[in-house]
Design a protein around this ligand. Structure first.
Ligand SMILES: Nc1nc2c(c(=O)[nH]1)N[C@H]1C(S)=C(S)[C@@H](COP(=O)(O)O)O[C@H]1N2
Ligand SMILES: [Mo]
Length: 253
């Protein structure tokens, strides 16, 4: 059986059972409309990942990641990896990141770019959340930034939008999230950390912060957002550099 059909059937059967509907086709349409089917990945995401995603989207779409009191901020947070070795990055850093740009394109009415100070001019949010690495370590920090939803709104996101793809300056790190996470109030384009500017070690000057998923979705050194209605044209179609390396696209916590 075709993998995509079996994935759709799996969710459709679940929806049909829950909603008391008869007819897989109707249920499959409903599952699609309510965002219960993860991106296809050319049939590479199997039944397990599909069921996990659907269950999370039914149960926790609006839930908040845990926020901690100030007293629990880690004294010695761990910055994983090194800043980009790129000349372009070093030049921007030497200029205090005044020339840093976040480009936004794809399914938006007004493609364009934002400087860090443009972003600081949008409404901001501060939250104390945990970064959890799949390798088994974590830290708690205060993150300050503009909710991604404000940037999407400013760029005039179109109604067909289903995913936001984001890239680090070195293009090697890139990932994507669905609209439930992109519009979620805790999903930030973060430029601040523990009361100051976001240090380079932690992804400064600008990082995606997705506290409802594992650390690797929080890509550092963000320079570009692309809004899309599917992920087929991006890389190998899995929607994420991490997924291309064998990790899950969806890693909700
Ligand atoms: N550009 C970029 N983003 C990245 C990474 C990276 O190496 N480069 N590592 C990821 C991983 S695996 C984790 S767990 C977190 C770690 O965040 P930290 O460096 O603030 O500890 O960043 C994620 N974002
Ligand atoms: Mo990680």
């Amino acid at each position: 059986m075709n993998e995509k059909l079996s994935r759709r059937e799996l969710i459709a059967k679940g929806v049909a059972a829950t909603a008391g509907l008869s007819g897989l086709a109707v249920a499959a349409r409903l599952a699609s409309r309510h965002g219960l089917i993860p991106p296809d990945g050319g049939g590479l995401y199997g039944a397990g990942a599909t069921a996990t995603y659907a269950a999370q989207r039914v149960l926790t779409r609006h839930s908040l990641a845990r926020e901690f009191p100030r007293s629990m901020i880690s004294k010695a947070p761990f910055a994983n990896g090194k800043p980009p070795e790129l000349e372009a990055f070093k030049k921007l850093q030497a200029g205090g990141f005044a020339e840093w740009r976040l480009e936004i394109d794809g399914m938006v009415g007004h493609p364009g770019s934002f400087s860090i100070s443009d972003l600081k001019g949008l409404p901001s949010r501060s939250q104390i959340t945990q970064v959890t690495c799949e390798e088994g370590w974590c830290y708690i920090a205060e993150w300050i930034g503009t909710p991604l939803s404000h940037v999407l709104e400013a760029a005039g996101i179109l109604p067909q939008a289903k995913f936001v793809v984001y890239y680090s300056i070195d293009k090697h790190w890139w990932d994507s999230i669905d609209m439930a996470d992109a519009l979620h109030p805790q999903t930030l384009l973060a430029y601040g950390f523990d009361g100051g500017d976001l240090p380079v070690g932690f992804g400064g000057p600008l990082r995606m912060r997705v506290p409802r998923q594992l650390g690797y979705k929080s890509v550092k050194y963000i320079t570009r957002l692309t809004v899309a209605d599917n992920l087929r044209g991006f890389g190998k179609g899995l929607g994420s550099g991490a997924a291309e390396a064998g990790y899950s696209w969806y890693v909700g916590m």
